[in-house]
Write a protein that binds this ligand. Sequence first.
Ligand code: CTP
Length: 404
Amino acid sequence: MHTSFAGKKIVIGVTGSIAAFKVAGWVSTLAKAEARVTVIMTDSAMRFVSPLTFASLSGEKVYTDMFADGPDMSHISLGMEADLFIIAPATAHTIAKLAHGLSDNLLTTTVLAARAKVIVCPAMNGRMYSHPATQANIATLKELNYQVIDPACGTMACKDEGQGRLPEWEQVQDVFLRAVSAGDLEGQRVLVSAGPTREHIDPARFISNRSSGKMGYALARTAYRRGAEVTLVSGPTHLPCPEGVTRREVQTAEDMRTAMMEHFPAATVIIKAAAVSDFRPETTHREKVKKGQAELSLELRANPDILRELGEIKDGTRQLLVGFAAESSDLLREGKKKLLKKNLDLIAVNDITRENTGFEADTNQITLIDHQDIIELPLVSKERTADLILDRIVALLQTRENPS
Ligand code: CTP
């Protein structure tokens, strides 16, 4: 179940704000991702961007006028057939009309007749956005089951500072993907750990490893796209928190253990993708150790094996526990051993001797081992790998629900 826009019918309603030009970029990206994008423009939207721009980018007819094509029923059919309806940018005026069920143009009429989920992306001057009337209308929209994406903060076209900017594509794409996905992780609470841990020697130095966090972050992002409620416990990385995901940042293995134990009871799927440092210095110096001070020898102590502890306390009927293993030989034997030793439901084994897999790479090649099957995944992007791992998790959850 690959989360993507390919083949999805998306209607985008564009209203009169300068941010309409940004939405041209969204339409272009969606069309390249093989979505079928139909744009409806209001009269004021056409004062900012020409319908020809959207028609050229989407390769589809752009709808502007309810009466232009004679007795056309497009206001009914467009909304009925869509997988997703996005209104972006949404002006204060269109928001007010939608909140009151007014339908005086093709866009508002189509929204009223739509069956698809409607996502509204407000964009306007910050004072207009924070005005109690606009805020009350947005609250009404939420009550009416519209999803509203908060505008971003920053300098607006009118040079005012404030909250009112249309967010960038990177901030909205996961929300849109979640809306068009099959939602096969809906109702699941997924807890992912990612990245390395840092074990401090002194205020300037630490022991760590090469983990970039990319695999764990891809898992968190794709689980959100597939409808899950996601918590990400992350060691230090340079990655931004994926949209819609709650992140808890930690440093040491001890911190990671505390955070995992705290979020574990509520979780239904737990994926331990973090590369936990197996050892920590026996003592952490409060002051920076001077190099002239004498020779420094480090006494190391083993860190707790968090995954193993989780395996000991997991509720086997309600929770599914997934581990990772980095191996350089005897992949299957080592993988199976860890699956049993740590009481896991699934283990993703990485061959760290191969090129383009594991640490820092953008691609991965994983072998999935569970108590029924061994599945060799292809060498693909970490995002695609995440989707394939989640496919297996969904299948295991389904077998658990309907054993036969
Ligand atoms: N893990 C953990 N806590 C640790 C070490 C590892 O939770 N202190 C988890 C990792 O998040 C990952 C799996 O265990 O899911 C990785 O195990 P790995 O490092 O491959 O194996 P180890 O159990 O450390 O065994 P060994 O080093 O002997 O291969």
